[in-house]
Design a protein around this ligand. Structure first.
Ligand SMILES: [Zn+2]
Length: 225
């Protein structure tokens, strides 16, 4: 099975068509989802021709600086539907509804993954783990987390700190917050002192406030090792 790491080999293996939907969330209508397919690799002859054509520009291009810090932001939202499990941060939260999604719909892990990928300047979770791929159907989102953490280390960075905010009207998360945070720390391989988790309601307005959806924001700071 190709890993996400292997997807980045080559010059530009992933389609960079304009993105209108991120993550394996099923909250976006199919028509809004970009077509995310690996590009066909050009024949050696074509590749050589392209390389020759761009040789002067490539030679002149400055090497990107190895930044001491990198910041990333992640956002995710899922529609809530009856008779589905509600998984947040890898923890099954008792509720009368759960997230509609191709994977397990873990809104927190999805947005943490996107924050890490964003900090690394990589494509988003929906491009690396497309919801058109049957391998990710019902997938435990810890798989995506482990891959993002691996990519972070491969790029030479470690987590500085992370701040996440969950937005949901119900249920009250306070009884589960520490368990969620602890699991998040395990997945990140991070000390609890650098992982912060907040939860708030949406004041009973809009889909979030009417118990019809759940969202999360995450900001991460990565530090060069
Ligand atoms: Zn998602």
């Amino acid at each position: 099975m190709a890993t996400a790491s292997s997807l980045f080999l080559g010059s530009s293996p992933i389609s960079t068509a304009p993105r209108t939907c991120t993550g394996p969330a099923a909250s976006c209508p199919p028509s809004a989802r970009p077509s995310l397919r690996l590009r066909q690799r050009p024949s050696p002859a074509v590749a050589a021709a392209v390389q020759a054509e761009h040789q002067p520009a490539v030679a002149a291009a400055p090497k990107p600086p190895a930044l001491p810090f990198r910041v990333g932001h992640g956002f995710d939202l899922h529609r809530l539907e009856p008779n589905l499990p509600l998984i947040i941060g890898g923890i099954n939260i008792p509720h009368d509804r759960g997230c509609e999604a191709h994977s397990d719909g873990d809104v927190l892990l999805h947005c943490v993954v996107d924050a890490i990928l964003g900090a690394l300047g990589l494509p988003d979770i929906g491009q690396i783990f497309p919801d058109s791929d049957p391998r990710w159907k019902g997938a435990d989102s810890s798989v995506f987390m482990r891959e993002a953490v691996k990519l972070m280390h491969e790029a030479g960075y470690e987590l500085g700190n992370l701040d996440a905010t969950l937005i949901l009207q119900k249920p009250k998360l306070s009884p589960f917050k520490e368990t969620i945070r602890s699991n998040l720390c395990d997945l990140l391989g991070a000390d609890p002192s650098v992982v912060n988790l907040k939860a708030k309601t949406h004041e009973k307005v809009d889909s979030l406030g009417e118990n019809r959806s759940i969202a999360a924001h995450t900001v991460v700071l990565l530090m060069r090792k």
